[in-house]
Design a protein around this ligand. Structure first.
Ligand code: NDP
Ligand code: HSE
Length: 430
């Protein structure tokens, strides 16, 4: 197409995602005029350390001076792929105040400061788009905000952290222990440099906070999410799960119930015939239930250079189209309700409880009576491994009030016949 006007874009960050975004700009440059009616070009790339050698983009594009970018009126779109809260938050606010549209992959920021950023975008009539912030290359933000807008969404459940899914897959399929599987995930570049946020579930908690806010039209922030990671899961738990016809997955789960929003991230025993049980390695998937659509599932690559860049580029193309049509800021914050978030103690769950007990008559009856006295009904008991005077028992409960189950655990911790509570893992129930 001839005489296609240019529109300048600045890329903040040239790491895994930023370099992928730049590659897609190169791959797509001949398509942009047809897709958007304009020619977006990356005119500046902001990095922290200018002295580092950079491959993949011309040296003259790089700068470490944010002021040069934010004060350039020709730059209409900012792509923020630096990560973290500050200075990303301040820079996005400054970009919006300067009338620039913003595309970001920053889940930390959106899960904690989404309301503030949306207010700034609305005030300035700009787009704030963040498809890459949840589940990398999988389209989920736009489907929730737009395609499924005609539904009351009641459940969002997903595997949204590639690192932990890879670790659990290797432990289950190859018999690796946790440490070995984590090292492998790090070698393959899935895990963060400091993998705590992956392993302890914080990364998934940020993603489910964002999805719940959009799905239920009510603000849910990172600190609302009950979070438990996978560092306590052992090969033994996985073996028991398999015996019970289940696998163990780190699930992010949000439900909109008549008594409030339930939102949590924790490992869960999931029946092998559940669609999410077939999502292995570093793949992600999100399962959504709406009153009209019924169940839908989105599956794909949740991290990595080009899958994440794919989501970023989709947003850039949307922002360019909106600028061309003079309709930026068309879809702003969709959190127009104020639904309370329930405490985990007030939710109902089924539990897998593995413990080491004294191997003598009456102990199992004691365990059953503590659970019974606290209103916890037992669905199944397994007793297997025995050492000289210790037996390992596994109890699977029916659906019970979390508070009642915790009360039982508190009693167990004071009983001398119970040597150790080895694992407590929730069990999926519809
Ligand atoms: P990287 O650490 O690979 O890259 C970060 C880039 O940002 C680097 O180029 C770095 O500069 C630059 N940067 C960091 N801080 C500053 C700063 N204060 N000023 C200027 N430049 C800065 O991160 P990723 O590419 O992996 O992640 C980027 C974002 O994308 C994060 O928000 C992450 O959560 C999100 N994301 C990442 C995914 C992935 O698979 N990696 C998937 C989905 C989302 P320098 O090179 O000089 O150090
Ligand atoms: N560390 C994240 C994961 C990638 O393992 O899924 C970015 O979301």
């Amino acid at each position: 197409m001839e005489h296609c006007p240019e529109i300048k874009v600045a890329l903040l960050g040239f790491g895994i995602v930023g370099s992928g975004v730049y590659k897609l700009f190169q791959r797509q440059q001949h398509e942009f005029p047809y897709k958007t009616g304009l020619c977006p070009v990356v005119s500046r790339i902001l990095v922290r350390d200018l002295s580092r050698p950079r491959r993949g983009a011309p040296a003259e594009l790089f700068t470490n001076k944010w002021e040069e970018i934010v004060s350039d009126p020709e730059i209409r779109i900012i792509i923020e792929v630096t990560g973290g809260i500050e200075p990303a938050r301040t820079r996005i606010l400054e970009a919006l105040a300067a009338g620039k549209s913003v595309v970001t992959a920053n889940k930390d920021l959106m899960a904690e400061h989404g309301a503030e950023l949306f207010a700034a975008a609305e005030q300035n009539g700009c787009d704030l788009l963040f498809e890459a912030a949840v589940a990398g290359g999988i389209p989920i933000i736009r489907p929730l905000k737009q395609c499924l807008a005609g539904n009351y969404i009641t459940e969002i459940m997903g595997i949204v952290n590639g690192t932990t899914n890879y670790i659990l897959t290797r432990m289950s399929r190859d018999g690796m222990d946790f440490e070995e599987a984590l090292r492998k995930a790090q070698d393959l570049g899935y895990a963060e440099a400091d993998p705590t946020s992956d392993i302890e579930g914080y990364d998934a908690a940020r993603k489910i906070a964002i999805m719940a806010s959009i799905g239920f039209n009510s603000r849910v922030v990172f600190s609302d999410v009950y979070t438990q990671g996978i560092s306590g899961i052992s090969a033994k738990d996985i073996a028991y799960a398999e015996e019970l016809g289940c696998c163990i997955k780190l699930l992010a789960l949000a439900r909109c119930t008549p008594s409030g929003i339930e939102v949590r991230v924790h490992p869960m025993l999931l029946p092998l015939d559940h669609p999410l049980a077939t999502v292995h390695d570093s793949f992600n998937a999100v399962f959504v239930h709406g009153d009209a659509v019924d169940d839908v599932m989105f599956r794909g690559r949740g991290a990595g250079e080009l899958p994440t860049a794919s989501a970023v580029m989709g947003d850039v193309i949307e922002a360019v189209r909106n600028i061309r049509c003079g309709c930026t800021g068309r879809i702003g914050c969709t959190c127009y309700k104020h639904i309370p978030v329930k405490r985990i103690e007030d939710t109902e769950n089924r539990f897998f409880l593995r413990m080491q007990v004294e191997d003598r008559p009456g102990v199992l009856a004691n365990v059953a009576s503590v659970l019974g006295n606290n209103g916890v009904s037992i669905a199944q008991v397994i007793q297997k491994a025995r050492t000289v005077d210790t037996a390992e028992i596994v109890v699977i409960t029916d659906l019970v009030q979390e508070r009642n189950f915790r009360d039982s655990l508190a009693v167990f911790s004071g009983m001398s016949v119970i040597r150790k509570i080895s694992s407590v893992i929730r069990v999926y129930s519809e």
